[in-house]
Ligand binder design. Structure first.
Ligand code: G6P
Length: 591
């Protein structure tokens, strides 16, 4: 699970250019990174563990180079395991995104042939397999053939780029894991996504499975992986422009993106009505709709299933993305699988969609990144238009997904205008909840909870997914153990964990859940729980009240904000990076 980028063209400070592109790919992993350039009969490599930050390279000028930002799968976070991996002769280097599922047997085969591997990675097998066959050749076409042959031996979802110094080429091939080719004034490029190419490429082409592409200083040539016949790449204008990585006065991207949410919700209300209508039509025509997502997107999907029940009296199934492929047996060509994903690259979602397509199901998508794999696979893709989300934590794309699903539910029930008005009302309440006084109150809570061992979040009905999302936000950025529960489940085990002072976030909107959730809060308090009530009413059971005007069915949009802020403030209070928490990646492209 990693970001990869390569360049061939006019000689320049290729290393620095690659490093700069890798900074835009760090959302795919930031355990370690590495850059390699071909120069004067060898491949010069610099690798390091940790985030790229303001690192500067000491590499010579070069006309060919590539780089990698890593999220460790096989082998620890060490310099030796960072990519690129170079063969002992110094001719071939490889960078890779994915998991080579049969790497153990390939590794044994290489070792049996007397070659020693120096890393613990699955990737290094590719280096040895390619280098062994390339020895004695110096024909770019042979390089294509050999890289293609080796790639065919790899099992799993993978993308690789092979730098062959002798032929001055980069050869790239993929299975499911994305690769985008770019061409610009100075040369050709290949990357995991077009964002990394935005600054350099005037045209891009998406590499498809069963295609292999070779880049040299004459350009990019594509071939069919089976026949090696030349193919035309489908060049087009980039759909993604460069993004501004400006903080605009905010201390971090998490804070900035939390504050962008009222605007994002207003945009859904004013600009995405057509999309909501379209998705409503798909749902109406289907016989069985499934919302799927991973992480935060799964909680948006679960919220959607409650919204469709309440607003449109329509049953929509929810399945978490990584489990969907094990529950596909009931899909038919009348099913609609609607995948929610900020990045459009989460591999469990891509795998689920492939499975659903095999069953003939129709695919809907809610994505933020246009041109992403999911965006291109879907029959109907709705763009969230939330703008680039740079913090690893999903915030504004969560509320964008919930807002679009809410609007779709109203559209399905023929009450679109009501949905739009409700979103605008919710956006105003969101704005109020971001007032500096409100943030200060949450900062105060973070000061109190920063040394807590555990935190619990509870809600019922529409607030149950909110409780799950609140706990996720808090644990992923503050590293405090946090769990979300359905209020009714407290008595079935959870309450055993409550001790004197345990923080409990209680979501109590003014709906049919109010009385029961307040009873649950009272039971928590009786056992020592410290109750933070998120509600329009200040109930005596609350130790601290976070007031939020009631917005009915749109409550998941407003109640998300205090939890996001609490997570961020806890991270800051504990001296942690709010944008890049340990062990995580924004886009999870391996299983
Ligand atoms: C990772 C991120 C989460 C995100 C999830 C799904 O785990 O850290 O913030 O919710 O992936 O990502 P997606 O791009 O599919 O929405």
């Amino acid at each position: 699970m990693c970001g990869i980028f390569g360049y061939v063209g006019v000689p320049r400070d290729t290393g620095e250019m690659v490093l700069d592109a890798l900074r835009k790919l760090e959302y795919r992993g930031y355990d370690s990174w590495g850059v390699g350039v071909g120069v004067n009969g060898h491949i010069a490599v610099e690798k390091n563990i940790g985030k790229i930050g303001s690192s500067v390279l000491d590499l010579p000028l070069s006309s060919i180079g590539f780089g990698h930002t890593r999220w460790a799968t096989h082998g620890g976070v060490t310099q030796a395991n960072a990519h690129p991996h170079v063969d002992p002769s110094g001719r071939v280097a490889v960078i890779h995104n994915g998991i080579i599922e049969n790497f153990r047997s390939l590794r044994a085969q290489i070792e049996a042939g007397g070659r020693a591997l120096v890393s613990e990675t699955d990737t290094e097998v590719v280096v040895h397999l390619v280098a062994a066959q390339l020895a004695g050749t110096c024909d770019p076409q042979r390089t294509v053939e050999i890289v293609g042959n080796v790639f065919e031996q790899l099992q799993g979802f993978n993308a690789i780029i092979v730098l062959d110094r002798a032929t001055g080429t980069l050869t790239a091939v993929k299975n499911v894991s994305p690769l985008v080719i770019g061409r610009g004034i100075d040369g050709c490029y290949v990357a995991s996504d077009q964002l990394a190419l935005a600054e350099y490429a005037t045209e891009i082409a998406f590499l498809e499975d069963r295609q292999i592409v070779q880049l040299d200083d004459d350009g990019a040539r594509a071939f069919d992986l089976d026949t090696l016949r030349s193919l035309h790449l489908d060049w087009r204008a980039p759909t993604v422009k460069g993004y501004s990585a400006e903080l605009s006065g905010y201390p971090d991207f998490l804070m900035k993106e939390i504050h962008e949410q009222p605007e994002v919700v207003r945009r859904v209300a004013s600009e995405l009505g057509g999309e909501a209508q379209q998705l409503a039509g798909e749902i109406s025509d289907s016989y069985g709709t499934f919302f799927i997502g991973c992480g935060t997107a799964s909680y948006a999907a679960l919220t959607g299933s409650y919204l469709f029940s309440r607003i449109a009296r329509r049953h929509v199934n929810f399945v978490v993305g990584s489990e969907f492929s094990y529950q596909e047996h009931f899909l038919t060509d009348r099913s609609l699988v609607c995948a929610l994903s900020q990045s459009g690259e989460t591999i469990d979602i891509i795998q689920s969609v492939l499975t659903a397509k095999d069953r003939g199901a129709r695919i809907g998508a809610l994505v933020n990144v246009e041109g992403s794999t999911l965006d291109r696979m879907a029959d109907v893709s709705l763009h969230l238009k939330a703008g680039p989300e740079l913090s690893v934590l999903s915030t504004k794309t969560y509320t964008a997904k919930v807002a679009l699903l809410l609007l779709t539910a109203y559209a399905l029930d023929g009450r679109m205008k009501e949905g739009e008005d409700l979103l605008l009302q919710a956006a105003d309440v969101m704005e109020e909840s971001l007032h500096p006084d409100a943030t200060d109150r949450i900062r105060g809570l973070a000061g109190r909870f920063r040394v807590s061992r555990s935190l619990f979040a509870v809600g019922r009905g529409l607030s149950f997914p909110t409780a799950l999302e609140a706990a996720l936000k808090i644990k992923e950025v503050s590293y405090i153990h946090a769990e979300g529960f359905a209020g009714g489940e407290l008595k079935h085990g959870v309450i055993a964990l409550i001790e004197e002072g345990t923080p409990c976030l209680v979501f109590a909107p003014e709906d049919e859940t109010y009385t029961d959730i307040i009873s649950g809060a009272t039971e928590l308090k009786s056992r020592g729980g410290y109750i933070v009530g998120v509600s329009s009413r200040n109930d005596p059971v609350f130790d601290v009240h976070i007031p939020l005007a009631d917005v009915g069915n749109a409550s998941p949009l407003t109640t998300a904000i205090p939890a996001q802020l609490l997570g961020r403030e806890l991270a800051v209070a504990r001296g942690l990076d709010p944008d890049k928490p340990r062990n995580l990646a924004k886009s999870v492209t391996v299983k």
